[in-house]
Design a protein around this ligand. Structure first.
Ligand SMILES: CC(C)(COP(=O)(O)OP(=O)(O)OC[C@H]1O[C@@H](n2cnc3c(N)ncnc32)[C@H](O)[C@@H]1OP(=O)(O)O)[C@@H](O)C(=O)NCCC(=O)NCCS
Length: 325
């Protein structure tokens, strides 16, 4: 039965110039490349020097619009997944729309779902497109995590990085089968009882400060493998797709051991798993669109490939998207 699909017709990403290596970090806190590499798979991350979440988002969005051969005037909604907005209010999406010159009246909003922010944002955009409310969407995941990392805490400061990724979605008629291009299935979850295992210690109504990342690493690790696998399996099952039919698993890039654990749980060979955590670190809501855009640009992920996106983060939140490029 024919249906409306949200097709990814453009993608782009932006990483700030400054690269912070594990050796650089070993001069700042009591750590070393060997510990960070073996526990996390991270070798380096990019750090913003004055560029805000909106600044980086605009660079990623410009690239995505160029790829899509559209302008900002063609965009019907802007949704940004971020936990590091430029201001408490308005939404970073509104600021981005204002600077880029989106048509007046176009809806713009941010999604607060931490590292699952992009998957949540993509799902909301897909829902709006399938309902016929919009025909095009600019969906961004962007973070300036360096601003909320305690650079004296070796437990957390080695893990995170900055950056932005964006995609342009466009409504397209599909056949209603898993052979369609575009988003084929989505699934979102959360469990607020896990609130204390991963959070940022500030907030408007509590401390009136931005705060710093606080994490119970072992609990996050345990939950991550199961939830990332659950989300991926759910969207594959919705479409009756098995592991052999998947071209790429693109999980949230937090830790190589989590990524490998999810790949093994799903029965996917390492060659089918996208890894960028080594040179991006954990960029929260930016991690999936950064990895997606980089892999598409490099020709690794190709037109027609079936990709399962899977994210997990503070809340806890988690979710999956099955998409044929
Ligand atoms: C954080 C994480 C890498 C820690 O790895 P781990 O294997 O659990 O580490 P362990 O608990 O075995 O080891 C911790 C020890 O290393 C030390 N340590 C912590 N960070 C260190 C660092 N950067 N360098 C050197 N030593 C460090 C700790 O102080 C602790 O020492 P102690 O045993 O003397 O107290 C891991 O738990 C993890 O990746 N968790 C998930 C984090 C995540 O993905 N968060 C975001 C999700 S969106």
């Amino acid at each position: 039965m024919s249906c409306i699909r949200s097709e990814i017709i453009g993608w782009g990403h932006y990483l700030p110039k400054k690269v912070l290596t594990n050796d650089d970090l070993s001069k700042m806190v009591d750590t070393n490349d060997e510990w960070i590499s073996t526990r996390t798979g991270i070798k380096s991350r990019h750090i913003s020097e004055g560029e805000t979440t909106a600044d980086m988002s605009i660079k990623a969005a410009d690239a995505a619009l160029k790829q899509a051969e559209l302008t900002i005037k063609d965009i019907d909604v802007i949704i940004v997944g971020t936990l590091t907005p430029d201001n408490t209010t308005p939404a970073t999406a509104a600021k981005i729309g204002g600077i880029m010159g989106v048509n007046p009246g176009t809806p713009t909003f941010d999604i607060a779902a931490a590292c699952s922010g992009f998957v949540y944002a993509l799902t909301m955009a897909d829902n709006m497109i399938r309902l016929g409310q919009v025909k095009t969407a600019l969906v961004i995941g962007a973070e300036t995590l360096s601003k909320i990392v305690d650079w004296t805490d070796r437990n957390t400061c080695v893990l995170f990085g900055d950056g932005a990724g964006a995609v342009v979605l466009k409504a397209r008629e599909g056949e209603g089968t898993s052979a369609d291009t575009g988003i084929l299935a989505t699934k979102l979850y959360s469990d607020g009882t896990q609130y204390n295992n991963l959070y940022v210690s500030g907030g408007v109504s509590t401390t009136a400060t931005a705060g710093f990342v606080v994490m119970n690493g072992k609990e996050v690790f345990k939950f991550a493998v199961g939830s990332l696998s659950e989300a991926a399996e759910n969207v594959m099952n919705q479409c009756g797709v098995n592991a052999e039919q998947i071209d790429w698993l693109l999980p949230h890039q937090a830790n190589i051991r989590i990524i490998e654990g999810v790949g093994h749980k799903l029965g996917l060979p390492d060659e089918k798993v996208i890894v960028t955590v080594d040179h991006h670190g954990n960029t929260s809501a930016a991690s999936i669109p950064l990895a997606l855009s980089e892999s598409l640009e490099a020709g690794k992920i190709k037109k027609g490939d079936l990709v399962v996106l899977s994210a997990m983060g503070a809340g806890f939140t988690w979710g999956g998207v099955l998409v044929r490029i």
